[in-house]
Write a protein that binds this ligand. Sequence first.
Ligand code: SF4
Length: 535
Amino acid sequence: MVNEYVYCPRLCYIEWVQGEFKDSADTVEGRLGHKRVDRPGTSVQEDAMDGTVIHSRSVTIGSTNLGAIAKIDLLEIEGEVATPVDYKKGKMPDNEFNAYLPEMVQLCVQGLLLIENGFKTTGGVIYYIASKKRVTISFTKELIDKTKEALASMKNMIDEDRPPPPLVDSPRCYGCSLASICLPDETNAMKGVGEEIRRLYPSRDDQTPIYVIGEGHSIRKSEGRIEIWKEGEMVADRPLNDISQLSVYGSANITIPAMVELMGRGVPIGFFSHSGWFNGYAIGTFNKNIGLRMAQFKTGFDGTLSNNIAKMMIYGKIKNCRTLLRRNDKECPSESLETLDLLAERCLESKDNNSLLGIEGAAAQIYFSRFNNMLKSNCPFDFNERNKRPAGDPVNAALSYSYGMLVKDVFNCLLLVGFDPYFGVYHRPKHGKPALALDLMEEFRPIIADSIVMTAFNNGELKESDFIITKIGTSFSQNGKKKLIAAYERRINTEVTHPVFGYTVSYRRIIEVQARLLGRAMTREIDSYQPFLTR
Ligand code: SF4
């Protein structure tokens, strides 16, 4: 923990106070390196007194006086002299000490703990696994002072209710496994700090979701894979490592071992009705970032704070609706676009969520009155008005189904970040309603869900045969659902240039970035929430 603090106090806070952790290739490699040296430890003090050289592995040692505890990888003891040895996975650095400062401080804490426990210790060893080199570190007065100072300021930081600010334009962020959680440059940019905004994480996730649609499927686990069976035959399978989420539409069976394995890996399992209604999730242990949820509830219960965020979300939604119309409804009267602009501006002046509801309603009326004009003449269906449960026509059925998929992804993301998706800032809390997911998806409705519906009809992907049209409503055929899901996955994985941050990322990543920025706004780390606006 102290080595992380010396590397970056914010990293230490996110990992140890907020309880968030993300593996990178480096952290996995580091764990494997330690696995080789970790063995159950021995009782050090008793063994040390027999006068022989003793090597003890994985020794846990603590001191109430220092207020610290450490696990020493290897302890070499000769008489009363103890030398801690710390294993590091990487190569020995070519600098003055042949070691990095955070590692030296970590080793020095171990030395101080040994001294507190009655040993003589003047130095320790860092063993670099990749270089196979032992580097001796002397516990000089300067290093001891730095170590004690780091311990003291780290303890003060732990009592703070928000993390220290991100480093500014620091090269350390390149090697930081928590960069996608921390968002250093994005957070700094929102505060007007820093020179450039670097994309410090992959533009998209390599893992992909599994959708199981229809009745009679059985989902099982087998040797590192998830298998989907139907009527005694395996119809699909996927390595566990490649799965980002599992979405079950209709009534499939899932075995307990499959469920436990997915939950243990943090892969959420979403359950949907046959018609796409989102019923809920099975997830592993809940995100530990209680501070974020406290800030969320505080914001949600405060009319002004929640309105400050809600108005930005609805502003974003209206602006994005306007952009979609401008791009795709070539005959859209300029008055309609101007009114949408005006309504968006009025959002920013709103003082409460009731007035916001009125503004949003007025904007929706204009937007949906023009939706049919965005459908090309080869589309076999008309759209007259927005209706749902049951959808009155294929376009409405497709819109509802797309919103269901979008809310699932936003919900998923909010859980990942540490929110309670059922308590929002705009949508009122109601049994079974994922209010915060509905809030955050507002700005994405036009550019993701509406956009795929429009495209799927315009390019002929969705046809009459993909719907079941009855007097009481319209629903999707099995095949139609598959087509819309495929279109949705294409869209959500599309990489776009972020209009503020300037880098290219997938829509799925953008939703995650927005969810994290929402958290920053709620914890008051940044002044306001800025919605994602497409150009
Ligand atoms: S990304 Fe940079 S600022 Fe953020 S925790 Fe890591 S090192 Fe610190």
